[in-house]
Design a protein around this ligand. Structure first.
Ligand code: BT5
Length: 273
């Protein structure tokens, strides 16, 4: 075992997995460097990869964010993992998958002492101003869920050991900068543990996130609910109001000044201070 958190340690991963014999994730492909773990997992889906297959990389050279944005994954400084899911519930409910993943990540981080929270749809944040003094909240991680054939690839990126001078954008942060000592191998297993629980309960509820308890759990951890937000909608419209709740379909419900409620199911939403 190595003490250097930037050196991936398979024995730590194995020990963490052994401590959770019911986890039922895997097989795992752990690779030193790749373009994007989501792209790799998508290739594996096309080759018939089973539910639970996971690709983990120490470094990504072409990490992807949502809406064609880039995700920075310098070597050893973050967790980059993509999971293959083949849900058995109706496809109309699959929009919840990235939210379930975000919820599981936040629950795992909170369990490790990191004060993480969500902003809609699935940014993993820490409340408070940016390290450079600009507006927050600070971004610790993100989720990219992509449909590939009859599966969904859920990609999770979390900054663990990035230092101040390595932050890709002013609003970024890392578990280390938040004062927590988190090993990527253990964080991975903690996330897989929470995600298995949320995903199984959701499937047992037929994909109903309200009945499975995920919708309430998500809203409790969402920094936006009850606060003013500005949403940039796909057609170019900008909507301002107060986020009031998460809809049963996973949309963010925004109340505008005239008292009307609009469900935002796509686009970018920011907190307004
Ligand atoms: C996301 O996109 O937040 C989803 C990120 C998903 C990354 C994982 S890593 C494993 C898997 N394989 C992949 O190729 N991707 C997934 P989005 O909400 O679009 O945020 C992207 C924006 O966040 C960028 O435009 C930057 O402003 C900022 N950003 C980029 N890298 C960052 C980082 N490491 N930490 C914080 N912010 C970052």
């Amino acid at each position: 075992m190595t003490d250097d958190p930037r050196t991936w340690d398979d024995s730590l991963l194995r020990a963490a997995l052994d401590a959770h014999p019911d986890l039922r994730w895997g097989p795992f492909a752990v690779i030193p460097s790749t373009g994007s773990t989501n792209a790799d997992a998508a290739d594996q889906v096309r080759e018939g990869a089973p539910e639970g297959f996971a690709v983990v990389a120490d470094e990504q050279t072409q990490g992807r964010g949502r809406l064609d944005r880039a995700w920075s994954s310098p070597s050893g400084a973050g967790l980059a993992v993509s999971l293959v899911l083949r849900p058995v519930v109706a496809e109309s409910a699959w929009g919840w998958l990235p939210l379930l993943a975000g919820l599981a990540v936040v629950e795992a981080l909170q369990g490790l002492g990191v004060p993480a929270a969500l902003t809609w749809p699935n940014d993993v944040m820490v409340d408070g101003p940016a390290h450079d003094g600009g507006p927050g909240p600070r971004k610790l991680g993100g989720i990219l869920a992509e449909r590939v054939e009859d599966a969904v690839v859920v990609g999770i990126g979390i900054n663990t050991d990035l230092d101040l001078d390595e932050l890709p954008v002013g609003r970024a942060t890392s578990t280390r900068l938040e004062g927590a000592r988190v090993r990527r191998e253990e964080l991975l297993v903690a996330i897989l543990d929470r995600l298995r629980d949320r995903y199984t309960t959701w499937q047992l509820a037929g994909g109903d996130a309200v009945r499975s308890g995920a919708a309430d759990a998500y809203a409790e951890r969402c920094l936006m609910v009850g606060r003013p937000v500005r949403a940039s909608l796909p057609g170019g419209e900008v909507l301002e109001g107060t986020a009031v709740r998460i809809g049963s379909d996973g949309a963010l419900v925004v109340a505008t000044d005239d008292g009307a409620e609009r469900a935002v199911s796509a686009g970018d939403v920011l907190l307004v201070r």
